[in-house]
Write a new protein. Structure first.
Length: 598
């Protein structure tokens, strides 16, 4: 018998309905969550972003990439913090495998998808998708866990049934390469990294059609060459257990049309060395390119010629070709790059003010999933960039309990402090840490540790590659009201409430979050052994079916338990920091109801 996590019933310790209703009426917490105002955080230098496309201070995403020999488990680890504008939301669900008739076509559609106000969002719902073109459909799509965010259910990668995981960060590029994503422009290119219907974006097409990271790079590369790439430059992280790749794509300008005889994009992919760790934080990271090293590099056929055509590289100079110097030149440092690389290799003494940092570094010690979780939760603790150590947060020599790295914006403005952008950011709509072990059976090969919202206050839940369905409560939140039947709101509310007296409240969050994550991590070995036993005892088909049922039940129980625990945590925080002035009246801190039993 293996240990199984099951949700347990627990009497609510708080006057839930009355207190919640009172707090929402008095404080407008609903408005604060739905229309969250990002703090005036100092933007990470985005020196290579296309003109007119500068990101808002908290926008952008972060990916961390760990080669299999750099992790303590032998897995590749690929992460994704999906960070967006105020008011964005997220959901997670499973897209089933599908088969199609020979000769079928897949329509690629467009719809306005970047509203920044509630009114614009409501208006955008009336827009009808415009069909930009179509591509050949494959005979069979693989099942995958789809991650959706923003207002229009944009598909932002995930994990498929073979453990392939995909994430992204927007990196910008030269003005000449930018292609507006608008069907009314002269450009006939139509691929972007994320689509507003399933399979419309490059990331979900990779999940639906590829089993390995290398295969996914080739599929994406061919699609953008044939059909074109639009908008600013993009980094895509692809991980499969054996390899992890950093792929970067730029358009070729608005005048390109399909069938012109030239590629509709320029792209390059570099494999993270097996013993190294890399990062992408909203700017190009690939440097010198050696296409003779096919084990570590792939690229479009125009990688050199396009740069020569524009005068961005002169081979006669004798200088080696440098990808980011040609297509996304740098002039400023990027603090998040330093934050990640320094965290895993402090012995290198990397300079946070350096304009150019190594593409990857060898970590001082093998990196664990817990190490990477900690980096995603970090706000430069222990460094000069920790905003909570600003003198403005100290009163009579004592740090204020309101010293919070995540805002609110009004408090930062009042105190005159401006935080640096960090990997942890309050506009994360979700984050994941994907751990893929190539030697395990497909249903447990990939474990995507997933959490809604800010990494600092979320709880990472294991979502295995073999899962065939997920709780309905984790899918498509209602953004017009706080809804207790939806998990997303439990995390959003707990996060918002934790900022009232952050220095105290974060301990309450950790007291609920950390024990649950610890149990899930301990259970991982038992789950893996159980599934491997199934494969040893049964034929492949029967073992896979049984393993998927076991995994699906387990993942659903974990997610249900965490959502219930976070609702109790929200109630606890609400009562403790909004309502109660006497700690003696407080019941014990709640716990996520997990039951590790043999």
């Amino acid at each position: 018998m293996r240990r199984v996590i099951r949700p347990m019933t627990r009497r609510s310790t708080l006057a839930i309905s009355l207190v919640l209703a009172l707090a929402l009426l008095l404080t407008g917490a609903m408005v604060a969550i739905t229309h969250y105002s990002a703090p005036a955080q100092q933007a990470a230098p985005q020196d290579n972003l296309t003109a007119g496309r500068t990101l808002l201070p908290f926008e952008g995403c972060t990916n961390i990439m760990v080669g299999k020999n750099a992790s303590d488990s032998g897995a590749t680890i690929g992460t994704y913090s999906c960070d967006g504008p105020p008011g964005a939301n997220a959901s997670i669900h499973v897209e089933p495998a599908q088969s199609f008739k020979l000769g079928s076509r897949l329509d690629i559609t467009y719809r306005h998808w970047q509203p920044y106000t509630w009114e614009e969002y409501l208006a955008s719902l009336e827009d009808k998708p415009v069909v930009l073109g179509s591509i050949p459909q494959v005979r069979h799509n693989y099942r995958y866990v789809s991650l959706m965010a923003w207002y229009d259910d944009l598909r932002f990668g995930g994990i498929n049934e073979y453990g392939l995981t995909v994430g992204e960060t927007t990196i910008g590029g030269r003005d000449e390469l930018y292609v507006p994503r608008n069907p009314l422009t002269e450009s006939k290119a139509f691929f972007v990294y994320a689509g507003n219907t399933k399979e419309n974006g490059l990331m979900t097409l990779a999940l639906a059609r590829a089993k390995t990271a290398r295969e996914a790079v080739k599929i994406i590369g061919e699609l953008v060459e044939v059909y074109g790439f639009v908008e600013a430059g993009e980094h895509i992280t692809l991980s499969d257990g054996e390899e992890i790749w950093a792929m970067e794509i730029f358009g070729v300008g608005p005048g390109w049309v399909p069938g012109s005889g030239t590629p509709g994009a320029v792209w390059c992919a570099q494999r993270i060395p097996d013993g190294h760790v890399g990062v992408s934080a909203n700017r190009s990271r690939i440097g010198e390119v050696d296409l003779a090293d096919t084990d570590h590099f792939m690229a479009s056929p125009n990688i050199f010629s396009l740069a020569q055509e524009h005068g961005w590289w002169d081979p006669s100079s004798g200088a080696p070709f440098n990808w980011h110097e040609a297509y996304a030149p740098r002039t400023k440092p990027n603090l998040r790059e330093w934050q990640v690389l320094n965290a895993v290799a402090p012995s290198l003494g990397l300079d946070p003010n350096a304009v150019n940092l190594p593409f990857t570094v060898k970590p001082d010690h093998p990196v664990s999933v817990e190490d990477i979780m900690a980096i995603h939760r970090d706000h430069y603790v222990g460094t000069e960039y920790d905003v909570t150590e600003n003198p403005a947060f100290y009163v009579d020599g004592v740090k204020s309990p309101m010293a919070c790295p995540w805002g609110p914006a009004e408090l930062f403005k009042l105190l005159g402090v401006t935080p640096k952008r960090s990997v942890g950011t309050p506009t994360s709509v979700f984050t994941y840490i994907s751990e893929v072990k190539s030697w395990l059976p497909d249903p447990i090969k990939g474990c995507m540790w997933f959490g809604f919202g800010l990494a600092d206050t979320t709880c990472y839940v294991p979502v295995y590659s073999g899962v065939t369905s997920l709780p309905e409560s984790w899918d498509r939140p209602d953004m017009t009201r706080l809804n207790r039947s939806q998990a997303y709101w439990a995390f959003a509310l707990a996060d918002t409430l934790s900022r009232i007296r952050y220095q105290e409240a974060i301990d309450d969050v950790r007291g609920v979050r950390d024990p649950a994550e610890s149990v899930f991590l301990q259970e991982q070995g038992d789950i893996e052994v159980t599934v491997q036993d199934l494969y040893a005892q049964k034929n492949q088909t029967a073992a896979r079916n049984d393993a998927e049922k076991l995994i699906t039940r387990y993942v659903n129980e974990c997610m249900t338990a965490v959502a219930a625990g976070y609702w109790q945590l929200s109630d606890y925080l609400l009562f403790k920091y909004y309502y109660s002035s006497d700690p003696d009246t407080m019941d014990d801190r709640p716990a996520i109801a997990v039951s590790p039993r043999l």
